[in-house]
Write a protein that binds this ligand. Structure first.
Ligand code: SAH
Ligand code: SF4
Ligand code: F3S
Length: 454
């Protein structure tokens, strides 16, 4: 493989004479969305210009493997690229991300789709110039070496100037028994705090109003560093930077949600009072089978502490319905936990068997019909709670960050509250990326409506 700089320089030379372009299609989580910003940065450094997928000379898919439905979607879309390749013989197609980080899946994609130029994993984005160059020169490639240390000099093209996603750590060591992520992203690796803080400073100076700190398990940040530091300390330092911005972070694992973290959240106005704390299930027996390393009592104690320190905190969670060992009684435990916590919002998933994980070997005790019935019951309980909580905000004033024109009504702006609620109100598109105070006038299950306060 050619060094990144050498391959970048050769591609720039080739592209200098022609207007070549690229498109990146992203599946999966925010971590992948951010990785795609880096993929875009690396390709632009090579002289490619952004374009629509139908016109692009280089197409990169950044894939997700978390559930079977996610994988099926990607496979379908790769198949559909054949028509584009037929029209444009020198089209370069690269498939990266979590699916191709699994060797078996990478091999399958490489063999099944001969029009795919190369596949690469989640930790080899710095090899992209070399992979693209080889493809331009007509050579297919199945995989690239993983970066041993985190490359700190990869450029990123931020999708939205007003917000900056910053990865603080990569990978996951938790091996929850149902989850593929530790296999697709490798072991936990934290970035040095100085690198993160200077990236945050640059983003704020460049106009970012919202900083999102990312990691599969952000609050286990810092453990493997030569001078270990807690996520709470990192958060404290970023929240102490000058400027009018706010901070979010994702995802927190309950086993690492310390008092120190909650105290730092409570102390700083700049830190959004929103905690996404996935519980996954409300039964101690299933939590043990899931290898989550906390029980319901411990989880509720974190929630209670968070509410004691921040009475208005917004809480959200992820829940898996139909884990192989989940019985009706276990599921009732989940319902009762949700009734007790009263989350503001919930991401609900039906368990999906991931080959290679420990849960894949477990024998399911419930039928698909039973699991779908449970899923529907959980969703309707949550809808009722979300609606009630949103209605309680009518008459209140919220400080929101304008994200753009509403997708459902082009006459309205869309914005996000500190608790990440969607708020619609009438205003000017020029307000995108600014903070506005909005008085809430009506509420739905998933969103709020209001009027700008002068
Ligand atoms: N690191 C984060 C997010 C991981 S993936 C965390 O620990 O919270 C996001 C969510 O997908 C998980 O929280 C879980 O609810 C869900 N998920 C992961 N694997 C799954 C599987 N095999 N089937 C169904 N949902 C799954
Ligand atoms: Fe998956 Fe668990 Fe790691 Fe989250 S903490 S990424 S659910 S293994
Ligand atoms: Fe999917 Fe990988 Fe994220 S599996 S959820 S894109 S870490």
């Amino acid at each position: 493989m050619l060094e990144r700089y050498e391959a970048t320089a050769r591609l720039r030379e080739i592209n200098g004479k022609q207007n070549k372009s690229y498109a990146v299609l992203t599946f999966g989580c925010q971590q992948n969305e951010h990785d795609s910003e880096i993929i875009s940065g690396v390709l632009e450094e090579c002289g490619f210009l952004p374009s629509d997928i139908n016109d692009a000379d280089v197409i990169i898919f950044n894939t997700c493997a978390v559930r079977e439905t996610a994988e099926e979607k990607v496979i379908g879309k790769i198949g559909a690229l054949k028509a584009l390749k037929y029209k444009k013989k020198d089209l370069v197609i690269g498939i990266g991300g979590c699916m191709t980080a699994i060797e078996k899946t990478a091999d399958y994609i490489f063999k099944t789709f001969p029009f795919v130029s190369f596949v690469f994993g989640t930790n080899s984005v710095s090899s992209l110039p070399s992979l693209v160059l080889n493809a331009v020169l007509g050579k297919r490639q199945n995989g690239a070496p993983d970066d041993e240390i985190i490359p700190e000099d990869l450029p990123a093209i931020r999708r939205e100037g007003y917000r900056a996603d910053i990865s603080v750590m990569y990978g996951c060591n938790n091996f929850c028994s149902y989850c593929i992520v530790p296999y697709t992203r490798g072991r936990e690796k934290s970035r040095e705090p100085e690198a993160i803080i200077s990236e945050a400073k640059r983003a704020i100076a460049g106009g970012a109003m919202e900083i999102m700190l990312l990691g599969q398990n952000v609050n286990s940040y810092g453990k493997g560093l030569s001078s270990p530091v807690t996520f709470a300390k990192l958060l404290d330092r970023i929240a102490s930077l000058d400027g009018d911005f706010r901070i979010r972070f994702m995802t927190s694992h309950p086993k690492d949600a310390t008092d120190e973290l909650l105290e730092v959240m409570a102390k700083h106005e700049k830190i959004c009072k929103h905690l996404h704390l996935p519980v996954q299930c409300g039964s101690d027996r299933v939590l043990l089978d899931m290898n989550r390393r906390y029980d319901v009592k411990k989880y509720l104690s974190i929630i209670n502490k968070a509410r004691a320190l921040m009475p208005d905190i917004t809480l959200s969670s992820d829940i898996i319905v139909g884990f192989p060992t989940e019985t009706e009684e276990d599921f009732e435990g989940t319902l009762s936990l949700c009734r007790e916590v009263e989350y503001d919002s919930l991401f609900t998933f039906i368990y999906s068997r991931r080959s290679g994980t420990r849960a894949a070997e477990m024998v399911p005790v419930s039928t698909e019909k039973e699991i779908h019935g449970r899923f529907d019951r959980l969703v309707s309980l949550q809808n009722e709670i979300s609606r009630r909580k949103n209605e309680a905000l009518v008459g209140k004033s919220l400080r929101v960050l304008v994200t753009g024109i509403s997708e459902t009504d082009s006459e309205m702006l869309a914005a996000r509250s500190e608790g990440n609620r969607i708020v619609h109100f009438k205003g000017s598109p020029l307000q995108k990326g600014s903070f506005v105070n909005v008085k809430i006038t009506s509420a739905k299950t998933w969103s709020l409506f209001g009027e700008q306060e002068i």
